[in-house]
Design a protein around this ligand. Structure first.
Ligand code: FE
Length: 291
């Protein structure tokens, strides 16, 4: 079984790079730099965590990190065995600052970039808000930049692709309202790096939200103060999730989709873990759309 290691980076297409730069630095506490036509956001030693380019407010690509060349070879073999076409793109690897990169499209239509050897910068990451982002466990296991939640109209097929082809494991499910099944998947100790949800209500395919985690609840609280002060729309109030125990709030990004900002997320030990189904997303809070 192949094993993707972590959510290495995300690419977003956004209508306003300027609004995003302010949001990412002043609310989320990420460090921004302009690189050509892109705004590149850092949260740790990595040169590329979230890259913003001009476009139509959508998820551009999801960068899944593997351990090294052998693991990337295993991903290639698994994609071939599953009949999934992929590209080995040296030019794109150069652009993303990784040693080698394979790109494909998942069954839901999202562009994936499997890679190893991301660039680590000598210059220290300095958060504009003093945030420290959680991207490893205390033992040093890589837990990636956070998680991403995507909506798709073929949830079963998409989930099976991540499970059977890429080696993700189901963490648990939530049925927040009857008939709506959310599936959470992990690939390292972080409770989930990916969740897939069916399209519900008048929704359309796309990214629902991505999550970044900080190591201090006060940083979450201060970010929430700023969201209130600037009258930025919250998509869900402060609350605690049932499954990953995250204390977080959801804010509307300048692109419309959500960003979850939280602390105290649960780590999974595969030795003792079993899949359960929760009947609610949260123990308290996370009240949807308080605006
Ligand atoms: Fe989330």
């Amino acid at each position: 079984m192949t094993k993707v290691q972590a959510l290495g980076y995300l690419g977003l297409r956004v209508k306003s790079l300027e609004d995003w730069e302010v949001f990412a630095t002043e609310i989320l506490g990420l460090a921004a730099s302009r690189q050509g036509d892109a705004v590149v956001l850092r949260m740790d030693e990595r040169a590329h965590r979230i890259t913003l380019r001009a476009g139509d407010d959508e998820l551009d690509y999801v960068g899944w990190q593997v351990a090294g060349p052998d693991a990337l070879g295993e991903v290639a073999a698994a994609l071939e065995a599953a009949g999934v076409p992929y590209r080995d793109d040296a030019g794109l690897a150069e652009l993303r600052g990784v040693r080698r990169l394979l790109s494909c499209t998942d069954p839901a239509g999202y562009r994936l970039e499997f890679h190893y050897g991301p660039t680590m910068l000598q210059e220290p990451f300095v958060s504009p808000t003093g945030a420290r982002f959680v991207t490893t466990t205390k033992d040093g296991a890589d837990t990636g930049l956070g998680h991403v939640v995507v909506l798709c109209d073929n949830v079963d097929e998409t989930t099976e692709f991540y499970r059977r082809v890429l080696g993700f494991a189901v963490s648990d499910h939530i049925i927040p309202v009857p008939g709506l099944l959310l599936t959470f998947l992990h690939t390292n100790p972080r409770h989930h790096s990916l969740a897939v949800a069916p399209i519900y209500g008048d929704g359309s395919p796309g990214i629902n939200h991505f999550m970044v985690e900080v190591d201090d609840l006060d940083v979450v609280g201060r970010a929430l103060d700023k969201v209130h002060q600037r009258k930025i729309r919250q998509l869900a109030t402060f609350g605690r999730h049932t499954n990953d125990k995250m204390l977080s709030f959801y804010v509307q990004s300048p692109s419309g989709f959500g960003v979850e900002y939280g602390a105290n997320g649960l780590l999974i030990d595969d030795e003792t873990w079993s899949v359960v189904t929760y009947d609610a997303s949260s123990y308290w809070g996370h009240v949807f759309d308080p605006a």
